[in-house]
Write a protein that binds this ligand. Structure first.
Ligand SMILES: [Zn+2]
Length: 346
């Protein structure tokens, strides 16, 4: 369940998990009403007949309507290349979902979900190809869940993601990004409209999450907006033990200025605090122009680096890094300058 900045409800139908055999070991997914078989993963060959395509589209749309979602997603899978056979299947699914909504005379917006492994799309020509294909379906908006590593120094992942958002922004349709860390604030400066705030998921997405038979189980981390990220309780404790870190005390309704890491990193507190702080942050971004967003993001990344350097001067903290913020900034600034060649007016 996810809400965006205007608190619109989006329910991810989790169709992407059904393409991985690990789902057969998970009760929640086996119970989804549109599962073809509880015993095996689905493949594109299961959706060749128009009747099978229509059946799946109907099931997935009905599922979301039963929660009264404000925005509907058509069924999609994770793409591992521009030649992934799921791409065509999902395109057909989108068309079928649209037809079904017309039949119901339902006017809720239908968004195209884009779930892809960014490592496999490092060549931007392939991103162009994919978007050309998908955008022909004329969705009301896009919902992105991109698998990749967005806290390393490898700029190519960031570049490909930012490029994807920039290309999509030319459609003038709403772009929602989900399961991504604060690199997303930079994406807001180049065309993304909102960040899905999810109550049940983390700030990253990887193909191995779909492949894993065991469900999550990782402990919740605490969000520090000034340091642009979620921090586990050990790092949080270390940060709060420094003078610089004490300045990041949070006065939200839940943290109430506390510096106790047990209270802050308590399961319910991390969620409520994250939701509150994030919502406020997205609201602040939403009223800014792209240029102002760019400046704000740029300043935030500079400050985060400076703060962490100060903290590390006071105390050595394992796994507390800041160099990737410089790469975030560099990539976003670079992509923001990029403009598609316009057709000649002569
Ligand atoms: Zn708080």
């Amino acid at each position: 369940m996810q809400k965006n900045n205007n608190s619109k409800l989006i329910i991810d139908p989790y169709v992407q998990t059904l393409g991985y055999s690990a789902f057969t070991a998970k009760e929640t997914y086996k119970k989804l009403p549109y599962v073809i078989s509880k015993l095996r993963k689905e493949t594109p060959r299961d959706f060749i007949l128009a009747s099978d395509i229509a059946e799946r589209a109907k099931g997935v749309i009905n599922f979301q309507l039963s929660y009264d979602s404000d925005i509907l997603l058509s069924p999609v899978h994770l793409y591992n290349s521009v030649n992934d056979p799921w791409i065509k299947t999902d395109y057909n699914q989108f068309k079928a979902s649209k037809s079904y909504l017309e039949l119901l005379n339902n006017r809720k917006p239908l968004y195209y979900g884009i779930y892809l492994n960014i490592e496999k799309f490092e060549d931007t020509n392939e991103i162009d190809q994919l978007i050309n294909y998908i955008s022909a379906a004329q969705p009301d908006g896009y919902y992105l869940q991109i698998a990749g590593d967005f806290s390393t120094l490898n700029s190519n992942h960031y570049y490909a993601y930012a490029y994807l958002v920039k290309i999509l922004s030319h459609s003038k349709k709403e772009i929602i990004v989900s399961r991504i860390n604060d690199f997303s604030l930079g994406l807001l400066a180049i065309g993304a409209n909102t960040i899905a705030i999810s109550l049940g998921q983390g700030d990253s997405f990887k193909e191995e999450f779909l492949n894993k038979q065991e469900g999550g189980g990782t402990k919740r981390r605490y969000y520090i907006p000034e340091l642009l990220g979620l921090y586990n309780e050990n790092i949080l404790e270390d940060i709060l033990s420094t003078n610089q870190g004490k300045k990041f005390v949070c006065n939200c309704l839940y943290c109430e200025g506390s510096l106790e890491k047990d209270r802050l990193s308590n399961f319910h507190n991390t969620i409520r605090h994250h939701y509150t702080v994030k919502k406020q942050q997205i609201d602040e971004y939403s009223i800014l122009s792209n240029e102002e967003r760019l400046r704000k993001f740029s300043t935030s990344t500079d400050l985060a680096q400076q703060y962490i350097r100060e903290i590390l001067k006071e105390k050595k903290i394992k796994n507390l890094s800041y160099k990737h913020f410089g790469i975030w900034k560099e990539v976003i600034l670079e992509v923001s300058k990029m403009d598609l060649p316009q057709p000649s007016s002569i």
